[in-house]
Design a protein around this ligand. Structure first.
Ligand SMILES: *[C@@H]1O[C@H](CO)[C@@H](O)[C@H](O)[C@H]1NC(C)=O
Ligand SMILES: *[C@@H]1O[C@H](CO)[C@@H](O)[C@H](O)[C@H]1NC(C)=O
Ligand SMILES: *[C@@H]1O[C@H](CO)[C@@H](O)[C@H](O)[C@H]1NC(C)=O
Length: 514
């Protein structure tokens, strides 16, 4: 209720906390962001933590990136602070230390302060503890930090590392882990714990450090502004050039810069590629118009399914293949982390993939039944649908819908809104054929039920004008279905004694028909 008051009286809210309080702040901010969906988008939520332990695993980190919430979180980490690093150590080796560090892991303790707890912690225990954490981070960094390492903790949001020389800000999770390791390497057991209590100092310094100038020696003057940026960051990280870690640290900073740029560049290049394939799509759209207007009244789907050999037809088929390749490449890049994390939520791409699906999937279905694949593999919906369409279904389902989606249509849609409509028609026609010859009455009434269901579904689509006019073309497969279905039902009415169970919808066991 307090939060509701804040959102109606203010423009922003800042969550903050130190140590475990930092994780509580992050959790609260996450909770708040999830609830915020209904609030004005101008309301801003910021979370700043100081020396917070890690909160969640890589899945959580990815989810935050996909929601584009990464920018809402800033984690301040002091140079040697052990606490943000400690959950990278295996939990069994950590537990004894956690019990002495954090009172609530040990219910018998009252509520002593962190300082008091540390005073109880013997020196060699502190050293051992630092050693364990450092080793774990080192192993993690050396292991290449690829995905799929199980239930490891994983950073999210931006990290600002503070040292006595300055501060650097990173938002790439892999670089953050590497820096957590590299900056700890120089620390002593006491500094790794003192730094956890030193945030006031560090934060006070940051203001002055921004203003202080950095110097380069004459002979190691960087030769590009890019190099200057890296060198300045390296200076701020307090990792001196002669140390063994400065090489890895430099690589890590370069990686952070690169990883931040590549996905955006790829995405920009894809946008250009998308505009280049637009003519292919436009040709298919134009093809649809000519089919729908044609004298044979077969409509888009059936024209393509029963197409003859012609230059025009083979061109359309070629376009279909080229577009499939384009979209398969997009999916592959996304799955290899080469595109921005929220790529599949950007309305430009959600719209483009949906439009592609509605336009081209009917042709894929037509090709499937034309070439008799269904006889070999089974029906399209279960056995023939390409993975890309299922992915685009999900993008479309998960998109943010703004405004009022409940507008009813006054004209038929330009593209049938269910891209699998024709696959459903094919299945329904198959059921119709089978229901005539089926000997088993239970199967027969099941088929009957299925046909009824499809019929209702299709009528609903037509009534709501969610189909394109090709569905209603005189010679379309759908219209053929409607005719055949009508025939079958009227035959049943002509000879009612033979079909008692079908007419009253039951499933009498003595029934054999047709
Ligand atoms: C991350 O944690 C959640 C919740 O415990 C779990 O469902 C998920 O599978 C984990 N993800 C990975 C990659 O381990
Ligand atoms: C429907 O197709 C058949 C041949 O497939 C054709 O003879 C007939 O003229 C078509 N109907 C119309 C209305 O064009
Ligand atoms: C995507 O489509 C929706 C509705 O069809 C529209 O409101 C929105 O402006 C489109 N976005 C882009 C980027 O084309």
């Amino acid at each position: 209720m307090q939060m509701r008051e804040i959102t109606s009286n203010s423009k922003s809210v800042v969550f903050t906390g130190h140590s475990v309080g930092g994780t509580v702040a992050s959790l609260s901010a996450l909770w708040f962001l999830s609830c915020l969906q209904s609030l004005p988008s101008s309301f801003s939520v910021i979370c700043v933590t100081f020396g917070s332990p890690m909160l969640g695993n890589e899945s959580l980190s990815k989810a935050i990136l996909q929601e584009r919430w990464g920018g809402n979180f800033l984690h301040v980490v002091a140079q040697h602070d052990i606490v943000p690093r400690l959950l990278f150590a295996p939990s069994d080796s950590l537990f004894p230390y956690l019990c002495s560090f954090f009172p609530f892991w040990h219910s018998s303790m009252s509520n002593p302060s962190f300082k008091q707890l540390l005073a109880q912690c013997p020196d060699e225990m502190q050293a051992q503890f630092l050693h364990i954490v450092l080793n774990s981070l080192e192993a993690l960094s050396a292991g290449g930090l690829n995905s799929g390492q199980g239930n490891l903790f994983w950073p999210f949001g931006s990290y600002i590392f503070c040292t006595s020389k300055g501060s650097i800000c990173l938002d790439n999770a892999v670089s953050v882990i590497k820096m957590l390791h590299l900056m700890l390497a120089k620390s002593s057991p006491s500094s790794s714990i003192e730094d956890h209590l030193n945030y006031e100092n560090y934060v006070g310094q940051v203001y002055w450090q921004i203003l202080s100038s950095k110097n380069f020696q004459e002979d190691d003057l960087p030769d590009s502004s890019y190099e200057v940026g890296i060198a300045l960051a390296l200076q701020s990280s307090d990792i001196t050039p002669c140390e063994a870690v400065s090489g890895p640290a430099k690589d890590c900073l370069k990686l952070a810069k690169q990883m931040g740029r590549t996905p955006s560049l790829n995405s920009a290049n894809l946008a250009i590629a998308l505009s280049k394939i637009t003519p292919l799509r436009a040709q298919i759209e134009w093809y649809k118009v000519t089919c729908d207007d044609s004298d044979d009244q077969m409509g888009y789907y059936d024209s393509f399914k029963r197409r003859g050999a012609s230059k025009k037809n083979s061109k359309i088929n070629m376009n279909r293949h080229k577009l499939a390749r384009f979209w398969d490449d997009v999916i592959s890049m996304l799955e290899h982390n080469q595109l921005p994390h929220d790529f599949h939520k950007r309305s430009k791409w959600v719209n483009a993939s949906q439009f592609y699906k509605l336009l081209v999937e009917p042709l894929d279905i037509a090709e499937y039944y034309r070439s008799g694949e269904h006889l070999k593999k089974g029906h399209y919906m279960e056995h023939g649908r390409e993975r890309r369409y299922k992915i685009f279904d999900k993008w479309w389902r998960d998109r943010k819908v703004e405004g009022n989606p409940g507008n009813s249509r006054s004209k038929f849609a330009s593209l049938t809104q269910d891209s699998c409509f024709w696959a459903r028609v094919e299945e329904a026609r198959d059921w119709l054929n089978r229901v005539r010859s089926e000997g088993d009455t239970r199967t027969q009434s099941l088929l009957w039920e299925n046909i009824e269901k499809f019929d209702q579904y299709a009528r609903g689509m037509v009534d709501r004008k969610e189909v394109s006019i090709d569905v209603l073309a005189k010679n379309s497969s759908y219209n053929l279905f409607v005719e055949e279905w009508k025939d079958l039902k009227s035959q049943l009415q002509l000879f009612p004694p033979h079909f008692p169970s079908l007419l009253d919808g039951g499933g009498s066991s003595s029934l054999t028909i047709l």
